[in-house]
Design a protein around this ligand. Structure first.
Ligand SMILES: [Zn+2]
Length: 351
């Protein structure tokens, strides 16, 4: 049995408020704990989106009642909320900006709408960018122009990891995360699945992209799941929403990579605990750890998972390394497949 610190997942779609048939603060945090994740940072593109004081209260009220692991909630940048967000910064995980096409209230049509957010959001709080390919290059230019840190969500392409590497070498304050599905899958995998079940944003990269991410692992600051649960009915519909669940497969996949010599245990601790803590200014969780049986081999099955969405792109995968027990702030929160933490026992780490 090995003991790890509780993992931090800086990119989770909890789906509450608004889409609790996919997930809510209860099911998402159960999925987190069973995957060895003791702190999640929740994304703001809910229904309604979290983009002002009242919507932030809606999300934090639900989390307070239901969350079983620790958490913080991002606020989302919109075309006309740059003036009100600085006052909310201390209550939020950080500011999330969707720089590529998105819909509704978080849509930022052109770069003039990015400027007030970069000018006004306090420099001590993180800005996370959903920005792919050349949009990411524009986001890094903003980090340089405004001399403030930005964190690039879910990088997936060779050109992205190489540009971030070059930017870091120039001293630009940029960090990044990669999702397990962009490390362990390429666009030629999952061919046995329906079209909808292969839909994810960013899309899966080519084999060359995936190889480049592995080759430049030292450039990648964090592992993040981008846990994005949608039901199977939705995924198999004519208009499937993009996204994969990932909270429960993150650590088993990483441990399997350690077993195969692709990663070290230190990589996991660095990119899932130490770096996210530093980038997002997160507190240490006292008396918190994860016990893992590094020799246990098993198959991933959606039927064993706590996420409400009912599927996983890694169905049937053989992995080595099983989460046996999770202790959160001195209390056993998960043990041998059972959630023991009560709803509401999770703490808002920005309080
Ligand atoms: Zn996301």
């Amino acid at each position: 049995m090995i003991k790890l610190p509780g993992l931090i997942d800086p990119h989770v779609h909890v789906r509450e408020p608004g889409q609790t048939h996919k997930e809510d603060w209860d099911s998402a945090t159960q999925a987190a704990l069973s995957g060895g994740v003791t702190m999640i940072l929740a994304m703001p593109n809910t229904k309604p989106p979290i983009f002002d004081a009242s919507t932030l209260d809606i999300a934090l009220d639900a989390a307070k009642q239901k969350a079983r692991c620790d958490y913080a909630q991002f606020i989302g940048a919109g075309p006309d909320n740059a003036d009100i967000l600085p006052n909310l910064a201390s209550k939020a995980a950080g500011l999330k900006m969707y720089l590529d096409s998105t819909f509704g209230e978080l849509r930022l049509d052109d770069m003039t709408l990015w400027m007030p957010h970069f000018e006004k959001f306090p420099k001590g709080y993180p800005i996370v960018l959903h920005s792919e390919s050349r949009t990411m290059a524009a986001g890094i230019l903003f980090a340089a122009l405004y001399d403030r840190p930005v964190h690039i969500a879910h990088i997936s392409l060779k050109e992205e990891v190489l540009l971030i590497k070059a930017a870091k070498e120039k001293g630009i304050k940029v960090t990044c995360e990669v999702c397990p599905h962009h490390l362990f899958l390429n666009n030629e995998d999952l061919t046995g699945l329906t079209y909808g079940r292969r839909e994810v944003r960013p899309q899966l990269g080519t084999k060359e992209d995936v190889d480049s991410l592995w080759k430049n692992m030292d450039v990648i600051d964090c592992f993040a799941t981008d846990h994005a649960p949608h039901t199977l009915t939705e995924k198999d519909s004519d208009n499937p929403p993009p996204g994969f669940p990932g909270l429960e497969t993150l650590l088993p996949l990483l441990l399997t990579a350690v077993d195969q010599g692709q990663l070290t245990m230190d990589d996991i601790i660095q990119k899932s605990v130490i770096n996210p803590r530093e980038i997002f200014h997160l507190p240490e969780q006292p008396e918190t750890w994860v016990e893992v049986d590094e020799h246990a081999e098993y198959e991933i099955h959606a039927a064993d998972q706590f996420t409400r969405c009912g599927w996983t792109p890694f169905e049937g995968w053989k992995v080595k390394g099983k989460v046996r027990k999770v202790v959160l702030r001195g209390k056993t929160a998960f043990e041998d497949g059972k959630i023991l933490a009560e709803p509401g026992s999770g703490e808002n780490i920005r309080k």
